[in-house]
Write a protein that binds this ligand. Sequence first.
Ligand code: CA
Ligand code: CA
Length: 295
Amino acid sequence: MKAWLLLAIIVGSTVTADLLQSHEMKRHGEIQDFRPRGLGRLLGVMARKKNLILAVICMAISFFAFMALVQVADLSFAVPASAGSLVIETRAGKRFTVRLKDDAVFEDLAPRLVDLDGDGRDEIVLVKSYLRRGAALAVIAQRRGNYEIVVETPPLGQPGRWLAPAGFAPFTGDGMKIALVRQPHTLGALELWEWRDGRLQKLAALAGFANHFAGSDALAMSAAADFDGDGAADLALPSFDRTQLRIVSFKPEMHEIAAVPLPAPAATDLALIPGPPPLIALGLADGSLVTIGRN
Ligand SMILES: [Ca+2]
Ligand SMILES: [Ca+2]
């Protein structure tokens, strides 16, 4: 309910700001004097225009309502970044298109290529969002000479619920697994999935993670590597409030092996510096860059 109210405020204040601005522009006419003195005079005139000042206030209201909205709703609710089809071009230059029905969109920035079933051929993994039932993770592969969605996770159940893939690795030591964060802005559950017997099955979940935050286009805030040197891949990603970098092992079961406090919230993709031991570099909200690794 709060999200809808904020959305209404954003729409209302943006439209009002546009109307006020265009009204004032029509009244003032074209700017012809671009000399510094002319512009200075223009700024003085603008400061006395009631409609223009009101337009700026409306834009400010819209901006702050947007910031409040992305705090309470998933990003997909506030910023639609979506596509209705995926175009695949093979190395041989052949093109294929995977089109979604009108009940869903791809809500992702870049497809991920990963061999999920170990047959030597990469599958394509994308976030697919149903308009009424929320996001799912979709796997696209070649079948009968064409590309199609071969399997997907059950959607999250409600419109606007979104998930963010976090990593692909043989985390448990027996085949490729998928790590994803369910609703990174509002819930933050790290889940481990596998593709077996034609289905995507959830193996485990752990609470308290975020690999995306509202307003950011960083979609790789995680890194998979063997951080503790036991031979199995682990996953590093920020805590739900992004003030820690948490390292998770999935063997023998999913558990945290380290939590490193950060001086400011994590704000960028994680860069992996291969080891041994592997290091992680990431940028923080205060503009600093940190590297983290085992002593
Ligand atoms: Ca494959
Ligand atoms: Ca490990």
